[in-house]
Ligand binder design. Structure first.
Ligand code: PAF
Length: 267
């Protein structure tokens, strides 16, 4: 089982217009490919709530820093097509970088404040790249609803602010994190982990749980919560970048070898 792939904005517009002509609502799942069960959950939710569902697969160069993993980010379009077809998608939109950013491109979207904190502090320009491509994708697809995973909590919050601030006519639907049996949040970047790193990786979720215990103590403060996450990671092989509280969620990022993992839990 597979789904058709459209590669250009023009072909996309024709496809979506045909759906609209039949009175069907459109759900959109933006991704960078190398899809897993977490993405399948987004597609399934969209397929439940919309007449048609389209998934974009685009590794967005704008959201990677100069020393990050853009070049080696996993690309697996044939497998992605099969996965999204099984989850109920109707098409994949997989534009080239040239189609997305033609020569002369020079307009960017910046959601101020939150974009510079937490992950943004360590990945300057990352959320500007995310907001810019997501706004472009929204304009290209013109869906009714868009589906995002809560694993990227900060991304979700920034995009919600963008939608509100720019009066965009789309509803963002948050979908809960999908985890492996041992607690590791699913991520395309988990493919980078060596077998030993994979065994160590669930320590991040466990450390967040330790932070949550601390948060429930009577005199806990943001600093003591962060400190308990750091302490819980001692000896695990994970190097904590930050652990911070945002809207009642505890967010963290840590390096395991060269792989950067992020996760969050509700407090
Ligand atoms: O979450 C992702 O996979 C990406 O940041 C997104 C939203 C597809 C934009 O490139």
């Amino acid at each position: 089982m597979t789904v058709p792939v459209v590669r250009t904005k023009r072909a996309l517009r024709t496809l979506v217009a045909a759906w609209r002509a039949k009175g069907l609502s459109v759900g959109f799942v933006p991704t960078m490919g190398a899809l897993h069960r977490g993405h399948a959950a987004l597609v399934k939710r969209s397929a439940l709530e919309n007449g048609k569902t389209i998934v974009s697969v685009f590794v967005n160069p704008l959201q990677f820093g100069p020393n990050e993993d853009y070049g080696r980010y996993p690309r697996a379009l044939p497998a992605d097509r099969t996965l999204v077809a099984a989850a109920g998608a109707d098409a994949v939109y997989a534009p080239s970088a040239k189609e997305m950013y033609p020569k002369g491109f020079r307009t960017y979207v910046e959601v101020e404040g939150l974009s510079d904190l937490y992950c943004g502090k360590y990945r300057p320009g990352h959320f500007r790249g995310v907001a810019t491509v997501v706004l472009k994708l929204f304009n290209q697809v013109r869906a009714d609803r868009a589906y995002f995973g809560e694993k990227d909590w900060q991304q979700v919050r920034i995009l919600e602010d963008m939608i509100r601030d720019l009066d965009m006519n789309i509803r963002l639907v948050r979908v809960p994190i999908v985890r492996e049996a041992d607690g590791l949040a699913l991520s395309s970047r988990n493919a980078y982990l060596s077998p030993a790193e994979r065994r160590a990786a669930p320590a991040l979720r466990a450390a967040l749980e330790a932070g949550k215990m601390e948060a429930r103590r009577r005199n806990s403060r943001p600093e003591t919560i962060g400190a308990s996450v750091r302490l819980a990671l001692a000896g695990s092989g994970l190097k904590l970048q930050y652990a911070s509280v945002l809207d009642g969620r505890l967010l963290a990022a840590a390096y395991l070898g060269r792989t950067r993992l992020i996760d969050n839990i509700r407090l």
